[in-house]
Design a protein around this ligand. Structure first.
Ligand code: PLP
Length: 389
């Protein structure tokens, strides 16, 4: 009865693990959770009150599929302000989180059998979304020595006759790697030579730690291009995960294709929620700065704590809010077969939740989040070091 498509889609290992952690916490287990992929900050009160006001004003009806015109314009202006890029509302789709934006955008770009390149490690939803639309994910490894940044050679080597596009993620989940401007230019040139689409998932665009400088597609290409797209989110920057607002920006052809698909799926993001997103953009720097200050501090605690881990390597990820230490020697020494087994044992015996590298297609690593209160971070690092020692 169930369509074959479903059996080809892997369940979200991350969401399953996080749910298992929540269940343990409900049972009163003293669990330290370094799993979260969401900032532990409350939503700014001005965003909440903008949503309330919108509901009271009656913004509870159906609205435009692509998003409120004023929100699309505000997003276009954000790209003008930050990068001098000339997007207009027509280049923007507002969707249910970055996942919703990516889903509809891939639907507009990928034909059955098209290959989409994914640098490893990847964000777990990419391969599954590509498969939903009949595409074929193709992987190439990013080298740890290169700080997990993808390489031009890796990309060149992976391009084949069926390749249609590539999904990049910078700053990256799970590694924190940031693609520098030079490498991004080189990547865009290769993609252009082969006629590939490029989607840059920039959910963590604000989580970039100085002196690192962020570069994205509009840093380099100032006019909308039919093959180039960014996907962004309100979830991380504004701690608005549960609001489910994100967007895709780029070439008008595929964006309007994605709008056409969204018209027959979720229709649009709830109208009153979009008013909250508009308020967030209006106060972006004011809302984000305290989050950034706190995360910069925690990043140092994370890196300091991991330096005490024997036999592991950790790259200083320059963005996002994760560390992705290499734990292969520990896996082997402790007699585990995989990062999954190590993570299961950490949960069982040390009451510490981490995400195994296998969830991102990369063995021998675990993902640790510092989107948690400092005392949890300190205690989690203590448990990890004690367990591995
Ligand atoms: N892309 C990346 C790289 C992520 O890490 C996440 C969330 O963890 C998402 C997309 C999904 O974000 P949203 O909540 O906007 O759907």
């Amino acid at each position: 009865m169930i369509a074959a498509r479903v059996s080809q889609i892997a369940p979200s290992r991350i969401l399953d693990l996080l749910a298992a952690g929540e269940a343990l916490k409900r049972q009163g287990v003293d669990l330290v959770d370094l799993g979260p992929g969401q900032p532990d900050f409350p939503v700014h009160p001005s965003i909440v009150s903008a949503v309330h006001t919108a509901m009271e004003r009656g913004c509870t009806t159906y609205g435009p599929v692509a998003g409120l015109p004023e929100l699309r314009e505000a997003l276009a202006k954000r790209y003008l302000r930050r990068y001098g890029a000339a997007y207009t509302a027509k280049n923007i789709l507002v969707s249910a989180g970055a996942k919703g934006a990516l889903y509809h955008l891939l639907g507009a770009l990928v034909n059955p059998g098209d290959e989409v390149l994914l640098p490893l490690p990847y964000f777990a939803s990419y391969p599954e979304q590509v498969k939903v639309w009949g595409g074929v994910p193709r992987y190439y490894q990013c080298s740890e020595e290169q700080g997990f940044r993808h390489s031009a050679e890796g990309l060149q080597g992976a391009i084949g006759p069926a390749t249609k596009g590539i999904i990049l993620n910078s700053p990256a989940n799970p590694t924190g790697a940031v693609i520098p401007e030079g490498l991004l230019s080189e990547t865009l040139a290769i993609a252009s030579k082969h006629g590939l689409f490029v989607i840059m998932d920039e959910c963590y665009d604000r989580f970039v730690y100085p002196p690192c400088r962020y570069a994205t597609i509009p840093t380099i290409v100032k006019e909308p291009d039919e093959r180039l797209f960014v996907v962004g989110s309100f979830s991380k920057t504004f701690s608005m995960m549960g609001f489910r607002v994100g967007y895709a920006a780029g070439g008008e052809g595929a964006i309007s294709g994605a709008v056409r698909l969204q018209a027959h799926s979720v229709t649009h993001v709830p109208t009153f929620i979009q008013h909250g997103a508009l308020e967030a953009l209006e106060r972006e720097d004011e809302i984000f700065q305290p989050i950034m200050d706190e995360f910069s501090r925690r990043r140092e605690i994370m890196l300091e704590g991991l330096s005490g881990l024997p036999g592991t390597g950790v790259q200083r990820g320059e963005g996002a809010f994760y560390a992705f230490p290499g734990v292969l020697p520990a896996i082997e020494r402790l007699g585990f077969a995989s990062s999954e087994e190590l993570a299961a044992s950490l949960l069982d015996r040390a009451r510490l939740l981490v995400i195994p590298g296998s969830a991102f297609g990369t063995e021998g690593h675990i993902r640790l989040s510092y989107a948690v209160p400092e005392e949890h971070l300190q205690e989690g690092l203590r448990r990890l070091v004690a367990f591995i020692r």
